[in-house]
Unconditional design. Structure first.
Length: 254
């Protein structure tokens, strides 16, 4: 039997298991979001990300395409299809509760937060960026204040119980191609994660379904290219499919 300390560091069960054929699909509490920078920008601005910030799209990994991206890149959000179960991750990619304090903000994702990975990736990017100050009297501002001193598991529960946040999420999940997926987990093929730089300028992968943060390592302060190298490594190892997209958190352009 696990000790109480082990229980406090154990991530909640996630929604990766598919329903059996005898189960009637249950409507999602947190439906999936389309990987669309316009949808994400509208969503985040509506809940308290100042309009001076936006979400951009990475159209390709060639340097000619990267040159067009607004600088600096403040956070990276990746959406991909996983090809292997978590049990087959490399040890260094499983994350660890021992690394909670290596980032400013980390939270877990539970079965209740079934397809909230898109907004959780955004929370990881925003709350780990010192350049971003969310509007204090907003959904984001209130959530941040309420959870600042909480553990990653407690933050997960706080989001589960945030009815205002969930209502707004469902509204934006109804936009774009994801609007038709409301109850069938078999149809949800992709997962969102975030990459950030921590206070030590290390590249960190933040995925609420893992045991904790993953410290990738030095990237020379180049968050964008460091994230691309890490994603390319996952592709080369056959961990994810080529069906992926990448977005950036950056200052809005005039």
């Amino acid at each position: 039997m696990a000790s109480s300390n082990e229980e406090s560091h154990r991530p909640p069960e996630t929604s990766e298991a598919s329903p059996t054929s005898s189960d009637k699909p249950k409507e999602f509490s947190w439906p999936p979001l389309e990987s669309n920078p316009e949808v994400f920008t509208s969503y985040l601005n509506s809940i308290g990300l100042p309009p001076s910030f936006s979400i951009g799209e990475v159209f390709g990994f060639d340097e000619d395409l990267l040159a067009f991206l607004p600088q600096p890149v403040l956070g990276v959000i990746v959406c991909y299809e996983r090809l292997i179960p978590k049990s087959e991750y490399r040890d260094q990619d499983k994350g660890s509760a021992d690394l909670y304090d290596r980032v400013r903000f980390y939270m877990h994702q539970s079965k209740v937060l079934d397809n909230a990975c898109g907004i959780i990736a955004c929370l990881h990017a925003i709350f780990n960026c010192t350049a971003v100050e969310v509007e204090s009297d907003s959904v984001l501002g209130r959530f941040h204040r309420r959870t600042l001193a909480l553990s990653p598991l407690e933050r997960c529960v706080a989001l589960e119980n945030d009815a205002d946040f969930r209502t707004i999420h469902k509204n934006f999940a109804s936009k774009g191609q994801s609007r038709e997926i409301t109850s069938d987990q078999e149809k949800v093929k992709h997962h969102f994660i975030a990459y950030v730089l921590n206070g030590e300028e290390k590249l960190v992968e933040l995925d609420g379904t893992k045991l904790g943060p993953v410290i990738v390592g030095d990237c020379g302060g180049d968050l964008l290219r460091g994230s691309i190298r890490e994603v390319m490594g996952k592709l080369e190892r056959g961990e994810i499919s080529e069906s992926l997209s990448m977005m950036t958190l950056n200052f809005a352009q005039d």
